[in-house]
Design a protein around this ligand. Structure first.
Ligand SMILES: Nc1nc2c(c(=O)[nH]1)N[C@H]1C(S)=C(S)[C@@H](COP(=O)(O)O)O[C@H]1N2
Ligand SMILES: [Mo]
Length: 419
């Protein structure tokens, strides 16, 4: 602590030096030779808060606009609704816990971990009931995975509608989970040879259930206790949720209380009347679990216009695939006529969000921005028209078509479609 005043002193010296250097050097229009704000500011002239001011920290008050938002006409009742991750305000690949979008069918259950249990029953040798402490005695693993609601971009099937990537693409989050492989818990109960499916059930008022094939349950599903290092947030299923990597968010049962093992799927509500894809001919595709490769440019975008003039411009966005990694993203600034390969940056994990950048010199003319993801299986993200040709426009779910933002001379962006 004793050295902090001198640290402050040397920082001021450094800033002064930097300002002088800037005055002489030719910049590419990214800074000014002189700026009065470089002088001593009020916060340099008084002591700041002590270490006891915020036992659990929160963002700067200047970041108050960085928040989850909902779409009013989608929110008939907040206990059965959705809000959206502010993708345009984030960078890197990790979604901070307080900004992870929420989707609840019966509100946020407030679960006391000491009273909460996880039961394994059905076609098992030994039906078992675990406390949360019991779960902590299994070997656990850490993995970064995206969770995308199958309805993400669902409002865009018939045309461009919502103005902002938060609303068109914000039903996704990407966090590091700490959890126990579901395989280990099922093996503890002993799966009978007739056990081919599982039915996870939530402890919330909606009693959420989904049928999941045993193959997936034994592969990479996790019974997760932590997100980004700390306990799950109540909104995300505290104290325990199922993680079903790469598969639609609806299957990631929160407030997990029971897993039944069965010999066939249960055909419950969320896999019949909901989360099925109605095709043009009136038939519905069922069990479309995997999330196809998808990407979106987050900056610039309607909520994040270009505030500088022509010159060096950083375009960025995110891409993900339920089938693997994203080795490549292409970017177009002319509505898909020509494409350039974006620069991938940050860690590349299986079934996780990836970050891409495209650093270019904006000439100040209008832009039609698009991004196109390639995943590690060779699959390429389709255009919205290509999707509609095969799937019609009746569906809500699994819209992974290419998004277009129109940027005008002033730098303002709007959700549009080109054909
Ligand atoms: N118990 C329970 N689990 C649930 C839900 C729910 O309402 N109750 N919603 C599902 C849906 S539709 C989605 S998209 C994800 C959303 O997860 P999140 O709230 O962490 O974003 O949780 C899934 N798991
Ligand atoms: Mo969902």
């Amino acid at each position: 602590m004793t050295d902090s005043p001198s640290q402050g002193h040397s920082r001021r010296k450094f800033l002064k030096g930097a300002a002088l250097a800037g005055a002489g050097a030719a910049t590419a229009g990214m800074a000014r030779a002189n700026d009065p704000a470089i002088s001593v500011q009020p916060w340099m002239q008084e002591l700041g808060d002590g270490v006891d001011a915020a036992p659990y920290g929160s963002p700067s008050p200047f970041e108050a606009d960085v928040k989850r938002r909902n779409v009013e006409w989608l929110t008939a009742d907040p206990v059965s609704s959705v809000n959206f991750t502010p993708l345009h305000d984030l960078d890197g690949i990790i979604t901070p816990n307080g900004l992870c979008f929420e989707r609840h069918h019966g509100g946020v259950a407030q679960v006391d971990p000491a009273e909460h249990r996880l039961m394994i029953n059905g076609l098992v040798d030994r039906p078992l009931v675990f406390t949360m402490e019991d779960l902590k005695r299994f070997p656990r693993e850490n993995h970064v995975y995206f969770l995308e609601c199958a309805a993400n971009s669902g409002m865009e099937w018939r045309g461009a509608q919502l103005n902002g990537c938060q609303f068109t693409h914000g039903m996704i989050h990407n966090v590091m989970y700490t959890g126990v492989p579901l395989r280990l818990i099922l093996q503890e109960a002993g799966i009978k040879t007739s056990g081919k499916w599982i039915l996870p059930e939530g402890a919330d008022a909606s009693g959420m259930t989904r049928s999941i094939p045993m193959e997936k349950a034994l592969d990479d599903c996790l019974v997760a206790l932590k997100m980004n290092g700390e306990a799950l947030r109540p909104e995300q299923g505290y104290p325990v949720r199922l993680v079903v990597p790469g598969w639609e968010g609806n299957m990631w049962v929160k407030w997990l209380r029971r897993i039944e093992v069965g010999d066939q799927p249960w055909h419950h509500r969320e896999e019949t009347s909901k989360y099925t894809d109605l095709l043009a001919d009136g038939q519905a595709r069922r069990f479309t679990w995997e999330m196809d490769a998808k990407s979106v440019i987050t900056n610039p975008s309607p909520q994040a216009p270009l505030t500088h003039g022509p010159g060096p411009t950083v375009l960025t966005g995110v891409a993900w695939s339920g089938r693997g990694t994203i080795p490549r993203v292409d970017v177009s600034i002319d509505g898909g006529k020509s494409w350039a390969e974006a620069r991938m940056d940050g860690p590349s994990f299986d079934k996780s969000m990836h970050r891409f950048y495209y650093d270019f010199n904006w000439d100040g003319r209008p832009l039609l921005l698009q991004s196109r993801a390639h995943d590690s299986t060779g699959y390429v993200q389709p255009t919205k028209d290509q999707l509609r040709e095969i799937r019609g426009v009746n569906s809500i779910y699994h819209n992974n078509g290419i998004q277009t933002w129109a940027v005008d001379e002033k730098g303002n962006a709007e959700n549009v479609e080109v054909s």
